[in-house]
Design a protein around this ligand. Structure first.
Ligand SMILES: Cc1cc2nc3c(=O)[nH]c(=O)nc-3n(C[C@H](O)[C@H](O)[C@H](O)COP(=O)(O)O)c2cc1C
Length: 104
């Protein structure tokens, strides 16, 4: 199986996590291609997908959403696993409070 581990990042941590995921899949015998989704030439060359994005303003980054939208027909018929990278402490308003209290 040939799996794309595609990432979208601003400061690098989402692609670092993608590298770790790719390494674990490779240990399990999976052929992996880890790269930013903006550098994927042909999505249809992959049998499965692990896709992750940093979260900004409670949403995936535009390039990650574009990749999903542009390849939605293909992704509907292949196994897909998604992950999000965020920092709840960065949230404003009611979402920040419970997290801050939990981690005191
Ligand atoms: C402008 C901005 C908005 C953010 N908004 C959120 C958010 O809504 N929710 C969240 O959990 N983290 C938020 N974060 C935190 C980032 O998701 C976090 O720093 C993440 O590690 C960034 O990943 P990256 O290093 O791959 O870019 C925000 C960060 C920035 C700079």
């Amino acid at each position: 199986m040939n799996v794309l581990v595609g990432c979208t990042t601003v400061n690098g941590s989402t692609c670092e996590i993608a590298e770790h995921i790719g390494a674990r899949l490779a240990e399990a015998g999976v052929t992996v291609d880890v790269r930013p989704v903006t550098r994927v030439d042909r999505a249809d060359g992959h049998d499965g997908f692990v896709l992750g994005s940093a979260v900004h303003h409670q949403a995936w980054l535009p390039a990650a959403k574009d990749f999903i939208r542009d390849n939605s027909t293909l992704l509907r018929f292949r196994p897909v696993w998604l992950f999000s990278v965020g920092m709840p402490g960065a949230l404003r308003g009611p979402w920040k409070g419970p997290h801050a209290r939990k981690n005191r």
